[in-house]
Design a protein around this ligand. Structure first.
Ligand code: AKG
Length: 274
């Protein structure tokens, strides 16, 4: 892909993120490589994962500590180009999380992601300002379709100062009239402004729908509450009984083996004493 082609895709993505709050970049992981990554992530969830609050959805938070099969693609110029354009040159990855919709999983509630999810101990209280502060990317390791459970989204909802995890005046568990389902072939990446209302969709097929959430934060967004053992986490989660995501630190040997272009995205999260 030429520089001009990359620039055109980034520009188109930025336009759609501004207006709709979401965009799909096609073919980030080549077709002939995505199957092996899917199998590997699925095996990691089987061996080290658990389930989310949505029935039938498997997960492994802090995926990078367990699985590095996807790391070469994190430097994709289109995805990284969008992240840098919106969050600056010193953008960082805040989460890597596997999401598997097993056959027959139920529909999940509408929400916006951390730090806009009002149920998290660390959140920006609604009404929050109309600023892009965090990006969620959902990597389609198997095809995302209406049948497999492509992510449900409400276009334009990122401009709302609240979301259904707080009270936005709508029932988080009911279909929304203008909802759409993000679709793409295996290897594509759905980029969402993390404020965009989205929900897990049911997988009506016999095969697991394997996805991976990779989230991006600007240097100025405090991520410490996500780090096990941090002072922020002790104060805001452990001592209050609050509900919060946990992102395991990146082990030193995992960091050392990352592609050079990917290292800056994880440098802030490397395990310090080992
Ligand atoms: O896996 C999906 O389709 C949705 C995942 C989701 O809701 C999230 O990452 O917050």
């Amino acid at each position: 892909m030429t520089e001009e082609q990359v620039a055109m895709i980034v520009e188109e993505a930025l336009l759609h993120l501004r207006i709709d709050g979401w965009y799909v970049v096609d073919g980030v992981i080549p077709e002939n490589e995505v199957g092996a990554i899917r199998d590997s992530v699925e095996a990691t969830v089987q061996a080290h994962g658990g389930f989310t609050g949505v029935k039938g959805v498997g997960t492994r938070k802090g995926l990078l500590a367990f699985n590095q099969s996807f790391t070469p693609y994190l430097a994709d110029e289109r995805v990284l180009g969008v992240a840098q354009a919106l969050l600056g040159p010193h953008v960082r990855i805040s989460f890597t999380t596997a999401h598997i919709n097993y056959p027959g999983n139920v529909r999940g509630p509408w929400h916006a992601d951390w730090p806009f999810n009002q149920k998290n101990a660390g959140h920006i209280p609604a009404p929050y300002p109309d600023v892009v502060m965090h990006l969620t990317t959902l990597w389609m390791l198997s095809p995302f379709t209406r049948e497999t459970g492509g992510t449900l989204v409400v276009p334009g909802s990122h401009r709302s100062p609240n979301n259904p995890s707080g009270f936005a005046g709508i029932d988080p568990n009911k279909p929304y009239p203008t909802e759409m389902q993000a679709a793409g072939s295996a290897g594509s990446v759905l980029i969402l402004d993390s404020r965009t209302w989205h929900a897990t969709a049911p997988n009506q097929t016999e095969q697991p729908r394997v996805g991976m959430a990779v989230r991006y934060a600007p240097w100025w967004l405090n991520l410490d509450i996500l780090m096990p053992g941090s002072v922020e986490r002790a104060r805001m989660v452990d001592e209050t009984g609050g509900n919060e995501n946990e992102v395991l630190p990146v082990p030193r040997d995992v960091y050392a083996a990352l592609p050079e272009a990917v290292k800056p995205l994880f440098r802030h999260w490397v395990k310090r004493c080992q």
